[in-house]
Design a protein around this ligand. Structure first.
Ligand code: GTP
Ligand code: MG
Length: 206
């Protein structure tokens, strides 16, 4: 997919404040600092469209970006950031789950995990919850520039083995580096194919 335009539309503190749900929407979610905002910038070929930070907990609202004037890309706050208070974490969790369960035009979630780490319980629990709630998702491995090709293969194999303990089929998987801008085209191709399917089948959200 060629990106002709990518515009920040708004930040919302709850799902009711999000832009009108008329266009297909794809959202990035995952632990704080996993690289959601950086990957959005890499996909859009822009440096500072989504705000990134070395300090976890940068994105605290639901951020909507309109791409090619016909679909939304959404940057969600990270979950599981230990340094925010328990009540704040609960608020974030509520914001995220309410958004996911109520957003009518949400077509697919992308769950981002750091390719350097073994599967984290919080991510596995989140994917489990998606499955139980009937929310379609794909898995994106981030920061692949930070490890060797061999170690990456090993980590992916291990991740798949762990998933297969609970899932009969594996989700779609993408392997990315925002730093090197690799793996982004596959994600954009998936979004394009899905958008074309929705148009062909005259899917309306509202
Ligand atoms: P929150 O908004 O806090 O939830 O974080 P986030 O998931 O949006 O992470 P963000 O994109 O802000 O990136 C966190 C840190 O990881 C930043 O210092 C980025 O520069 C770094 N980073 C993100 N993606 C990559 C990558 O592909 N490679 C490398 N080497 N660093 C990355
Ligand atoms: Mg962010």
């Amino acid at each position: 997919m060629v990106i002709h335009s990518a515009d920040f539309i708004k930040s919302s503190g709850k799902w009711q404040e999000c832009p009108e749900a008329t266009l297909p929407e794809y959202a990035f979610i995952g632990r704080s600092n996993v690289g959601k905002s950086s990957l959005i910038n890499a996909m859009m070929g822009r440096k500072n469209l989504a705000k990134t930070s070395q300090t976890p907990g940068k994105t605290q609202l639901i951020n909507h970006f309109l791409v090619n004037e016909n679909w939304y890309l959404t940057d969600l706050p990270g979950y599981g950031y230990a340094k925010v208070s328990k009540s704040n974490r609960k608020e974030f969790a509520k914001l995220i789950t309410n958004y996911i369960l109520n957003r009518q035009n949400l077509v697919n979630l992308f769950v981002l995990v750091d390719s350097r780490h073994a599967p984290q319980q919080i991510d596995l629990d989140f994917m489990q919850w998606c499955g139980e709630s009937g929310i379609p998702f794909s898995l994106i491995f981030t920061k692949t520039d930070k490890l060797t090709a061999g170690k990456l293969q090993e980590n992916i194999k291990h991740y798949q083995d762990v998933l297969l303990q609970n899932w009969e089929i594996l989700p779609e998987m993408y392997f990315t580096s925002a730093e090197k801008r690799t793996g982004t085209e596959n994600i954009l191709d998936f979004i394009q194919a899905t958008n074309e399917y929705l148009i062909k089948n005259k899917v309306k959200f509202l």
